[in-house]
Design a protein around this ligand. Structure first.
Ligand code: GRF
Length: 199
């Protein structure tokens, strides 16, 4: 399966996918990396891996729909089977979502703590367990059907950075596992249920 991976920052989830894709048996390859801003580590990782990259910034487009269409155009050039949002910090629009299935990774147990400050919000709430969620993206904010989740305990003395680091460790492994299985086995969606495996 051909993957286009979208990033906005460090790209450690992207790196985990790039590393996994070096094994032929993984069943997928990262054919391009897309970003919504220049100068990020995620783009350097693409360059080091020899994977083509593109940047489509919201600020370069008059409206969000224009940006959405430009992003879809850039993605389309690489003909992906699946788009992976791996720390991509923008809400995707219909031009992208109507054309490809998109998988996102989120650092909390959805539907708890959606949005950009999930780890901080979970800590502030006082939960004793949190985790990560891999889900299909719909037009809401972190609302699409859940594919897989993993639990991470909150430890005494955790701050946002320490907790997020432990979540990301688990998150990378879960994303690699789920994307690989989807690539190799296919998947079906019925209502909010996602089933990996041939229909
Ligand atoms: C991940 O925790 C992702 O879920 C989130 O931002 C982080 C991105 O990390 N929304 P990286 O850029 O893949 O290192």
């Amino acid at each position: 399966a051909r993957l286009v991976v979208l990033v906005s920052g460090t790209g450690s989830n992207l790196q985990a996918l790039l590393d996994a894709c070096r094994d032929q048996e993984y069943g997928a390859s990262v054919v391009a990396v897309g970003a919504d801003r220049a100068g990020i580590e995620g783009l350097s990782r693409a360059e080091r891996a020899g994977v083509p990259a593109f940047t489509v910034s919201l600020s370069d487009h008059p409206t969000r729909p224009d940006w959405d269409r430009a992003l879809a155009g850039a993605i389309a050039e690489h003909e992906p089977d699946l788009v992976v949002s791996a720390g991509f910090m923008k809400i995707l629009g219909p031009a992208v979502l109507s054309r490809w299935p998109v998988v996102n990774t989120h650092p909390a147990l959805l539907p708890s703590f959606p949005g950009a400050t999930a780890v901080r919000d979970a800590l502030a709430y006082g939960v004793t367990v949190t985790g990560c969620t891999v889900h299909l993206v719909d037009e809401g904010v972190d609302t699409g059907p859940v594919i897989a989740q993993e639990v991470v305990p909150v430890l005494a003395g955790d701050d946002e950075a320490a907790l997020h680091e432990r979540i990301k460790h688990v998150e990378r492994a879960l994303l690699v596992e789920v994307v690989g299985r989807m690539a190799r086995e296919g998947w079906t969606v019925s209502g909010r249920k996602v089933r990996i495996g041939a229909p």
